[in-house]
Design a protein around this ligand. Structure first.
Ligand SMILES: Nc1nc2c(ncn2[C@@H]2O[C@H](COP(=O)(O)OP(=O)(O)OP(=O)(O)O)[C@@H](O)[C@H]2O)c(=O)[nH]1
Ligand SMILES: [Mg+2]
Length: 451
């Protein structure tokens, strides 16, 4: 038997109404003890009732109470929701009374955790709920909804089904070698099937990596030598004077962040300290930070002052940006040009002049083009939603690659079968079909209270 939990499900502050949600075997009887109106123990499921919450005989608030009985509820347990007036005091007082009468305060995410543990939703759907709550852009919302409605789960389920069918055929061969109807499953027959599954999984992983920018935004670092105009570019992109701009080299020492949205996708901008050799301890730390940020960025905006010839320092920065999506910004285009485009290692080049504010729109357009943001509306958004899901898919992929190696080395089929099963289990972890308590606790604790 589960204990009954309660929490305020709406944001705490002054609003028209607040909702206190109660879930568990005693949800109805607990609320009934403090409710003056109909006898809630006798009302039909999924009905709403007007009345008062009372502390003994003292009225506390005028409320509407929704009674939803198991199993057709979010947690699959009995749920009672009390709609009270939205001030902080009445909301807290009602919650206090519910707790006093036998409920326990829910932990963060505990309602959703129960929905998961009781089989109402799988883990990808639970994560999508969290994403939906925290979504800030339209594309965040779309991705989260796809996850919530089960698109992601179905994709993984269908892949698991194919592996399961393969495993079943192998088992039949191992257990009943004399069974004539069964196709003899040799490694020769298994290999093409595994190859197909690998291709499909690879497609999902690739799409998900692209789709990740929709949920987490495009992490963009602005790098370059000191004084080339990095902070000026940041300010122009943000359309506010966020970073200090001066003609002194080494003005920016720590990172400065800001966000804008381009075509519904968040661009998380990071302005950094100018990269150069320096003896100044503080500046040196800043330079190191700039260099560390490059590998983890989705996009690098490499700023050069086109009025100065390319230096070894610039070339060193080029080499750090290798393999990254990079846009070269040739700033100070109002001054004489001293850099030729054929000296540059990247073809994405934009000229800017932050004094007269030219080139910023073309820069945004270039970002759109690089990340195909203009086609976002046509994308289907059926991706794995987060790093946890993607890394499990990658693990399953590498196990299946080992299987292919094993087949090539003519390892016996019953040994290979063990690895195929491991890949099937890994994909199951994405859905939460096998999970550790610790993971579940950690995952749900990221939710807000009352969800
Ligand atoms: N002429 C001209 N000057 C510019 C332009 N953009 C920036 N500047 C000037 O260049 C100087 C340095 O600009 P910042 O934006 O602080 O340069 P930074 O790259 O952030 O410099 P650090 O923080 O020191 O690394 C300032 O004096 C700016 O006014 C431009 O397009 N044209
Ligand atoms: Mg700066």
């Amino acid at each position: 038997m589960n204990d009954t939990i309660a929490a305020i499900s709406t944001a705490l502050g002054v609003g028209a109404i607040s909702i206190i949600r109660v879930s568990g075997d005693s949800a109805v009887s607990i609320v009934n003890k403090i409710f003056k109106g109909k006898n809630l123990e006798e009302v039909p499921s999924h009905t709403i009732h007007y009345g008062q919450i009372v502390d003994h005989d003292t009225p506390i608030d005028e409320v509407l109470v929704t009674v939803m009985r198991s199993p057709k509820t979010f947690t699959r347990e009995d749920i009672v929701e009390i709609n009270c007036h939205g001030g902080i005091a009445p909301t807290n007082k009602v919650l206090e009374l519910v707790l006093k009468n036998g409920a326990r305060l829910a932990e963060a995410g505990e309602f959703t955790k129960r929905a998961f543990l009781n089989g109402r939703i799988d883990l990808t759907q639970a994560e999508s709920i969290m994403d939906l709550i925290s979504s800030k852009t339209e594309s965040n919302r779309k991705v989260a909804m796809k996850g919530l409605t089960g698109h992601v789960s179905n994709m993984i389920r269908s892949l698991r089904q194919k592996i399961l069918e393969l495993l079943a055929s192998i088992e039949v061969n191992i257990d009943y070698p004399e069974y004539e109807d069964a196709v003899v499953m040799t490694t020769e027959k298994v290999a093409p099937e595994i190859k197909k599954i690998l291709n499909e999984l690879n497609h999902i992983i690739q799409e998900s990596e692209n789709g990740k920018i929709l949920t987490s935004g495009i992490k963009t670092v602005i790098v370059g030598k000191p004084n080339v105009g990095k902070s000026s570019i940041l300010n122009r992109l943000l359309d506010e004077d966020k970073a200090i701009v001066t003609s002194i080299e080494g003005t920016t020492r720590d990172i400065i962040e800001g966000n804008i949205t381009i075509n519904g996708v968040a661009l998380n901008l990071i302005d950094t300290a100018g990269i150069h050799e320096t003896e100044d301890i503080i500046e040196k730390i800043g330079v190191d930070k700039s260099l560390q940020l490059i590998p983890e960025a989705d996009l690098v905006i490499l700023v050069l002052n086109q009025n100065e010839k390319l230096s070894d320092e610039d070339r060193r920065i080029f080499s750090v940006c290798d393999n990254k999506k990079t846009i070269i910004v040739l700033n100070k285009s109002d001054l004489e040009k001293r850099i030729e485009e054929d000296q540059l290692p990247y073809s994405n080049i934009i000229y800017t002049n932050t004094v007269e504010d030219t080139g910023i729109e073309p820069l945004k357009n270039k970002i759109c083009e690089l990340f195909h943001l203009e086609q976002l509306d046509q994308q289907d958004f059926s991706y794995l939603n987060n790093i946890r899901q993607i890394s499990l898919a990658k693990e399953a992929y590498s196990i299946l690659e080992e299987v292919m190696d094993g087949i090539q080395q003519e390892i016996p089929i019953d040994m290979i079968e063990i690895d195929i099963k491991r890949a099937w289990e890994k994909l199951g972890e994405i859905l939460g079909e096998s999970y550790s308590e610790e993971l579940i606790d950690q995952l749900f604790s990221q939710f807000c209270l009352g969800k």
